[in-house]
Every structure is written in structure tokens, then in C-alpha cells.
Design a protein around this ligand. Sequence first.
Ligand SMILES: NC(=O)c1ccc[n+]([C@@H]2O[C@H](COP(=O)([O-])OP(=O)(O)OC[C@H]3O[C@@H](n4cnc5c(N)ncnc54)[C@H](O)[C@@H]3O)[C@@H](O)[C@H]2O)c1
Ligand SMILES: [Fe+2]
Length: 382
Amino acid sequence: MRERIQDMREILIKPQFHKFGDFKEFAQEFQLDSRDLVLTNESLYIPFMKDLELPCKYVFQEKFGLGEPSEEMITNLFSDIDPKDYDRVISVGGGAIMDIGKLLSLKRTGTVHELYFKTAEVVPEKEHIALPTTCGTGSEVTNISVAIVRDEMGKTTKLGLVSDLLIPTDVCLIPEFLKTLPYEPFASSAIDALIHAVESYLSPSRATMTSELFGVKAMELILEGFRMIGESGPEARFEYLDEFLTAACYAGIAFLQAGCATVHAMSFPLGGTYHVPHGEANYALFGKVLEKYNTIQPDGKLLKLKKTIARILGGSEEDAIKNLADLENKILPLRPLRKYGFTEEDIELFADSVLMNQQRLVINSYVPLTRELIVEIYRETY
Ligand SMILES: NC(=O)c1ccc[n+]([C@@H]2O[C@H](COP(=O)([O-])OP(=O)(O)OC[C@H]3O[C@@H](n4cnc5c(N)ncnc54)[C@H](O)[C@@H]3O)[C@@H](O)[C@H]2O)c1
Ligand SMILES: [Fe+2]
């Protein structure tokens, strides 16, 4: 394919989409066999897969290290799993599992470090079927794989490997998986999806009519669900799992086109250094970032966003950002960064790390993201 000068696509939706009632229905439709590698967690395997006694190879991520994907974890997986032993990768899990599944579907052209630092080529080799079990990252549709890596200064940070060749071939949505997701990761992943919808909606030069369509629909579904939980408590989510899973996927489609921005750029060093779960790290910054946008540039696209939030939640557009923060606080109480281990010294260090490592996100900021503004946001969320 010829290279294009500019990416003028309205939207990119690459996988084939399916919805199933349960894993058994999926396994029958895709005829899982011994050449399939299922990457998952044991805590998902036992309730949803074990009894089916399928002949596929199961690999549990936690055997290779805990927490979010790291260079070391993926390196261990690479050395333990021979690519000759499987034809398809089936990722059943949260964003972490799916991001690792993306790497396992590639030809081994170099080390994990070389892949993330772009000195090894991304060459797809296997089919990759993604089954998300959280309602957050949208990784099932995106062209990004995120891992904790060591940067040039020897510091750990999170870095995204980006290539359209990483997009899974199929996405299978099975809302039943969300039943075992505990309330906190459920809530933080849903807030992550909401942030994807909002950041992509506000993305100054990359948002398109079609990305807005998916972003606004995701906001509607998530905020309606949050309103129900706010009124009736966490149990209310069980009536609405399909909508949350679908919304996360829509938000993924929106941000794949339009990009994430300030919130994600600033949360990455936090996640990389203090291992704060992705959704929580974003949530810790989200409200303050919107407040700053509202002070610096309250009109234009932000005004449209405030109108959209007011339409969904009720209340006035002037109060929309505060009403949103209040509702989120009911869903998941907001914590200051210092509760996650963040120190005052990190304010300046992280600001430099954001500008050095996260330019792909910094460029999508609704207002120009200066070092001064980054420092201010970290200081006020500290
Ligand atoms: N590629 C992308 O486009 C993209 C976008 C955003 C974030 N990410 C990455 O995704 C990761 C975060 O993903 P996440 O928020 O989905 O969390 P996660 O994948 O880290 O999972 C969180 C925890 O929940 C458990 N879990 C997942 N589903 C479960 C279920 N149904 N029942 C019980 N337990 C379950 C997991 O085992 C894990 O302990 C981060 O590594 C982040 O960097 C990727
Ligand atoms: Fe995210």
C-alpha cells in the first residue's frame, strides 16, 4: 500500500465484530482447537473456560509477572512460548492481556525493547481474537500496545507501541465476563472508557464526524449507567453490563481515530512508576484537566461537550463539569496523587517525562500543553 502524506481517514474499524452469550458459544463458532493459544488469567479460566475442556493451550499472564505488562513480563512470555506452536492468539482479559496478545500475534523480529523503541519491525503473523473482560481500554479495537519499559535515562515509564498492524482480527463481546469483575476495577475501567470518549471528542485536529458519533454514544451509555449506579448502588451495574462493554468498545473506536490526550499523557509516568491501575491513574487527573481546559478555553468544542454532558445528566451546561465530577465521585471516590506514592519531587520530573516520552498524546491536548500547565495540574492534584 502506498504511504499517505496525512491520515485523512474518517474512522478506522478493522476487526470483525461478534457478540456471544457465553464463552462456549464463542468456542463453537470459532472452532477452537489445539493450535489456539488462549492468553488469560486463571481467575477467568476457572469460572468461564475450564469446564468446557477444550483442547487449546491456555497461558496465564500472572505466571510471567504481576500487574500491567512490562518489558520483562513480555520477554519471559516470548522465551516460554514458541511461535511454531500456535496459529491463533485468543486474548481473554483486560487491556493488559490484550496488549500482550497483540505482541504474541507478531513475528518475532527483535527483542521486546526493540519493538517498543521502534528499532524492530512490526510484522503480523497470527490471527488475533480479542475478548475484553473489563469495560475500559478499548484495546480490542486499537492499534496500540502499552508496556512499562525503561527509557533512555533508565527510568521506568509506560510507552505505547503504535501500528495499525497490531489491531486484532476479530473482537468478541461477551458481557457475561464482567460479572466477576470486582466493583473497583469495574468502576475505574468504565471511567477510563469515559475519558477515552471525552479526550477523543476534544482532540483539536484529529476528531472527525464519525469519531464523535462513537464518542458521544459511549458517553451516553456510560453516564446513563453511572446515573443508575449513583441512584441504586453498585449492584445496578449487573443489569447494564452489555451497555458498559459496548460503550468501552465504541470509545476505543473513537480514540483510535482521534487520539487520547493530556490525561493519558500525564497518567503514564504515574502508572509506570507507582503501578497505579490505568483507569485510576487517569481518573486522578481527569477532573483537574477539564477544569483547566474550562479556565483556558471554555468555548468551542468544550462548550459542545458541556452541552452534551448536561443533556445526558440534566443540569445546566455551566455546571456540567462539576456535575460530572460529583457523579464520578459517587462511583469511585477521588484520591489525591500522594495516596498513590507520588511525591512533590515527582512534579517536575514527571513533567519532563511527559514532554519527552508522550508526544503522541501531548499533541492532541485541547489547549497547548506547556510544561508550566503540566506542573500546575500535578501540583493541584498532588
Ligand atoms: N492498547 C490500548 O489501546 C490501551 C488503552 C488503554 C489502556 N491500555 C492498557 O490496558 C491496561 C489496563 O487494562 P484494564 O483496565 O482492562 O485492566 P487490567 O487488564 O490491568 O485488569 C485489571 C485486573 O482485573 C482482572 N480482571 C480483568 N477482567 C476480569 C474479570 N472479568 N473478572 C475478574 N477479574 C478480572 C485482571 O486479572 C487484573 O488483575 C493497562 O496495561 C493499560 O496500559 C491499553
Ligand atoms: Fe485509557
